[in-house]
Ligand binder design. Sequence first.
Ligand SMILES: *[C@@H]1O[C@H](CO)[C@@H](O)[C@H](O)[C@H]1NC(C)=O
Ligand SMILES: *[C@@H]1O[C@H](CO)[C@@H](O)[C@H](O)[C@H]1NC(C)=O
Ligand SMILES: *[C@@H]1O[C@H](CO)[C@@H](O)[C@H](O)[C@H]1NC(C)=O
Ligand SMILES: *[C@@H]1O[C@H](CO)[C@@H](O)[C@H](O)[C@H]1NC(C)=O
Ligand SMILES: *[C@@H]1O[C@H](CO)[C@@H](O)[C@H](O)[C@H]1NC(C)=O
Ligand SMILES: *[C@@H]1O[C@H](CO)[C@@H](O)[C@H](O)[C@H]1NC(C)=O
Length: 254
Amino acid sequence: MLQNMNMKQQQHFLPFSVVVLLFLLHCTTTLAQPAAAPAPPGPTNVTKILEKAGQFTLFIRLLKATSVSDQIDHQLNDTNNGMTLFAPTDNAFSSLSSGTLNSLNDQQKVALIQFHVIPTYIALSQFQTVSNPLRTNAGDSSRYKYPLNVTTFGNSVNVSSGITNTSVSGSVYSDGQLAVYQVDKVLLPWDLFGAKPPAPAPAPAKPKKRKADAVADAPEDAKVDNSSATSLMTTQTILFFGIAHAVVAAIFSL
Ligand SMILES: *[C@@H]1O[C@H](CO)[C@@H](O)[C@H](O)[C@H]1NC(C)=O
Ligand SMILES: *[C@@H]1O[C@H](CO)[C@@H](O)[C@H](O)[C@H]1NC(C)=O
Ligand SMILES: *[C@@H]1O[C@H](CO)[C@@H](O)[C@H](O)[C@H]1NC(C)=O
Ligand SMILES: *[C@@H]1O[C@H](CO)[C@@H](O)[C@H](O)[C@H]1NC(C)=O
Ligand SMILES: *[C@@H]1O[C@H](CO)[C@@H](O)[C@H](O)[C@H]1NC(C)=O
Ligand SMILES: *[C@@H]1O[C@H](CO)[C@@H](O)[C@H](O)[C@H]1NC(C)=O
């Protein structure tokens, strides 16, 4: 509690850029990599591609801190599906409201970054025909989880997570295996930033199995108020007589 309050104060008193820096310091062990020696031609190196493009330093640091960059490199090497990245610019990260990233634990940070990775290669022209929602490396693309939709209009490609709407503002890299597109907003997934889904509607009673279930579900059923318990009973009774009637009718028709 006390720690939380301190955190809050820190966020209020420190300029946002400093908070971002603190966050990065917190989650990267090595902030500055020594200048890379010219790499021999080999497997695709996604961080290298982003470094070359410039203006993705924060995304690169998060890719490394969460080890998602290794995941991408391995997936590129190990599968033939290729890969597509939506890379938010440094501006995209600095325009997030204060505390957005700090509110996430390590596992959630991994999910956030994986949400920007599609495990298939999608050329710019293919966006018109992809089916929504796209599946990302963050997993479950069902509603309230990690859905990511793409809509196209002429040459423009819009990306929507249900929380964040943005459009692809440039193609950074494409080699038939890996495509990297620039986006000007960080794509915030519903599972981490959206409202919690409404409680599922009570499943319609299935009278036939209900009796057996009632034993296992006892604690939950105990909470059911008397009136609906009564109506459940009535349904069962009606169904029982319905079946009994059908059986009798069947016997007599033989
Ligand atoms: C990818 O490139 C970065 C920088 O260009 C380098 O630090 C890293 O070691 C490279 N990774 C691999 C697997 O070669
Ligand atoms: C790439 O995959 C091959 C097997 O398909 C494997 O032998 C090689 O070690 C992998 N390289 C990297 C850098 O993961
Ligand atoms: C794409 O997003 C822009 C704003 O970023 C909006 O003006 C446009 O209507 C959107 N197009 C589609 C097809 O959703
Ligand atoms: C994404 O597309 C699916 C399928 O068309 C749709 O059901 C869903 O509402 C869309 N979600 C968003 C956030 O646009
Ligand atoms: C985002 O775009 C979807 C259509 O893809 C639209 O239904 C929704 O209202 C937009 N949300 C915001 C916050 O602009
Ligand atoms: C529900 O049943 C319990 C015990 O059978 C009884 O004490 C209670 O008053 C009933 N509640 C209502 C709302 O009828």
